[in-house]
Write a protein that binds this ligand. Structure first.
Ligand code: F0G
Length: 457
C-alpha cells in the first residue's frame, strides 16, 4: 500500500535530533504531562497540529521577498484581496493574525450575552470565543459524526433538524450559524455540498447570516469531488466557488489550507458588518490592510491559497493522511473512519478502555507516544472538553475520546509515518504502558493548552 507520490521535491531540510528515553521521562514530568509544554526541539515527529506547520513552497518564499511593508495600503494586501475575490467570489477581505482573532472580531460584533451560535461542531477556539462573550456554542452535527465506526462519506454534515430546533427554541437569539469545513473536532470529516446548500437555505429563510469556519476548505472540496455525486468532473476551483456561493462570509485560519506559518482572515459580503469589524480590528489587530501581519505574510497567504487548489497536491495530501490511518488500522489500532483530510484520529475509548474518561484515556496515549517514540500528538477528548458537574460531581465528557495525529502539509515522508506506526505497535503489544492521569492545575479557558497533570500509577 502506498500513496500518490509527492508532487514536489525537497530543497531545504531541517535536521531533527533524537532524545534519549531518560531525557524524555524527565521532560514529561517537567511538562506536567502536558505535551504543549515540551520543547519542540525535543520532539522527533510532531503531529500536534497541521496548523502553521506547513512547508512553504519556493514560490511562497519568493513572494516573502516581495513584501511591501508600508503601514497602509501595501501592495500585498491588494494581491490577497484579488486572490480571495477570484477564488471565493467574496468581495471584502479583512486580514487577521490568525483564525481565532478573526473569530473573536466577528463574534464581538454579532454575538450578545444569552445568544446561541450553532455549528456542526465548534472547534475549541470558536467555542471559547462564543462562551467568552456570554453566549452558548451549540453543536448540531449529524448523529453519525459521533459514531467513530460509521464509514460514511460526509460525517461533517450539520443536522438540519437540530439547527431548525435550535432556531425555534431560541427565537431572535441566533445571530449567525457557523459551519466548520472540514469538521476538525469531529474527526476532520467533510461537509457535502448538499448539506451546505440545505443549511444555507434554512439560514436564508430565517434571515440568519451563515458563515464558514473555512480553515480546511480545499480538503473539504477535494472530498466533495471524490465522494459526492455530480462533482467528479468539476475542478477543485469550481467546487470551492460553489461552496462559498452559499455563505455570507467566512473566518479562516490561513495556517492550514493557505499553506502559511501565520495568518488568518475574515471574508464578507456585507459592507456595514465589515465597517464595524474594521473599527475593532484597528483597536486589536492593526490597520485594515495588514491586520496584525507583515506585508510578506499577506503575500505568502495569497500564493498559498492558489497552490492549495492543485488537485495533484490534494490527492497526495489526503492520500498520505489515509496511508497513516490504514497502516495503523492494519496493526489493530482502533481508528475513526473514514480518515480525515488533515489528520487521523485514534479511538482512545477503545484503545485505552481500562481508563475512564475522567482519567483521560486520550492523554494517556499521547504521553505513551512521547515516552516511546518522541512523537507528539494531541488529545481531543475529556482533557479538552470534559468537566465535572458542579452540583452532582459527575463527570461530563465529550461523546468521543480521540487522539489526533495531524499531519503537517508537505513536511514528513512515508518513512516518518512508518516510524509512527511502529511506535503504535509497541502500545498495541502492551497497553499497560497507557497510564491514567489527573489534573493538578488548570486555567478557566482552553484548559488543555496549559493544564498540569500527574500520572496516577
Ligand atoms: N477553526 C478551526 C476549524 C481550527 O482547526 C482552528 C485551529 C481554528 C479555527 C483557529 O485558528 O489557530 O489560526 O487561531 N486549529 C488548530 C488545530 C490549532 O490544531 O487544529 P488559529
Amino acid at each position: 500500500m502506498n500513496y500518490p507520490p509527492e508532487p514536489f521535491r525537497i530543497k531545504v531540510v531541517e535536521p531533527l535530533q533524537h532524545v534519549s528515553r531518560t531525557e524524555r521521562e524527565h521532560l514529561l514530568k517537567k511538562a506536567g504531562f502536558n505535551i504543549f509544554n515540551i520543547p519542540a526541539e525535543k520532539i522527533y515527529i510532531d503531529l500536534l497540529t497541521d496548523s502553521g506547520t506547513s512547508a512553504m513552497s519556493d514560490n511562497q518564499w519568493a513572494g516573502m521577498m516581495l513584501g511591501d511593508e508600508s503601514y497602509a495600503q501595501a501592495r500585498n494586501f491588494f494581491h490577497l484581496q484579488q486572490t480571495v475575490q477570484d477564488i471565493f467570489d467574496i468581495p471584502i477581505v479583512i486580514p487577521t493574525h490568525q483564525g481565532r482573532a478573526a473569530e473573536h472580531l466577528l463574534f464581538s460584533v454579532l454575538v450578545k450575552p444569552g445568544d446561541v451560535v450553532p455549528n456542526n461542531i465548534h472547534f475549541d477556539t470558536t467555542r471559547a470565543n462564543v462562551e467568552y462573550l456570554g453566549a452558548q456554542a451549540l453543536d448540531c452535527a449529524v448523529e453519525t459524526a459521533y459514531d467513530p465506526d460509521a464509514p460514511l462519506p460526509f460525517k461533517g454534515n450539520m443536522d438540519p433538524q437540530k439547527l431548525l430546533d435550535a432556531i425555534r427554541r431560541n427565537k431572535g437569539k441566533v445571530p449567525l450559524v457557523m459551519m466548520t469545513i472540514t469538521n476538525n473536532s469531529g474527526g476532520g470529516q467533510p461537509v457535502s455540498m448538499e448539506n451546505i446548500r440545505t443549511i444555507s437555505t434554512i439560514c436564508r429563510e430565517h434571515r440568519i447570516p451563515f458563515f464558514f469556519d473555512a480553515a480546511r476548505f480545499a480538503e473539504n472540496a477535494f472530498f466533495i469531488q471524490q465522494r459526492e455525486a455530480g462533482y467528479q468532473d468539476k475542478s477543485i476551483a469550481e467546487i470551492v466557488r460553489e461552496m462559498f456561493s452559499y455563505v455570507d462570509g467566512f473566518t479562516m485560519s490561513a495556517k492550514k489550507d493557505a499553506l502559511v506559518n501565520i495568518g488568518g482572515m475574515i471574508g464578507l459580503r456585507d459592507e456595514t458588518l465589515a465597517r464595524k469589524i474594521k473599527e475593532l480590528l484597528i483597536l486589536k489587530e492593526g490597520f485594515p490592510t495588514y491586520g496584525g501581519l507583515a506585508g510578506r505574510d499577506l503575500e505568502a497567504m495569497a500564493r498559498g491559497l492558489r497552490e492549495v487548489l492543485n488537485p495533484e497536491y490534494l490527492n497526495y495530501r489526503v492520500g498520505q493522511v489515509a496511508y497513516l490511518g490504514e497502516r495503523l488500522r492494519e496493526i489493530g489500532v482502533p481508528m475513526l473512519v473514514p480518515f480525515g483530510g488533515h489528520a487521523v484520529y485514534v479511538n482512545a475509548k477503545e484503545l485505552a478502555s481500562h481508563i475512564p474518561p475522567e482519567q483521560f484515556p486520550g492523554q494517556a496515549i499521547v504521553i505513551a507516544l512521547y515516552r516511546l517514540g518522541a512523537i507528539r500528538a494531541v488529545e481531543i477528548g475529556s482533557l479538552m472538553f470534559g468537566k465535572r458537574d458542579a452540583s452532582t460531581g459527575k463527570w461530563i465528557g465529550p461523546r468521543l475520546e480521540l487522539v489526533r495525529l495531524a499531519i503537517p502539509r508537505r513536511v514528513y515522508t512515508q518513512a516518518h509515518l512508518d516510524y509512527v506506526v511502529e511506535t503504535f505497535r509497541q502500545i498495541i503489544e502492551d497497553t499497560s504502558i497507557l497510564k491514567p492521569l489527573k489534573i493538578v492545575e488548570e486555567p478557566p479557558f482552553l484548559r488543555h493548552f496549559t493544564a498540569k497533570l500527574e500520572e496516577l500509577r
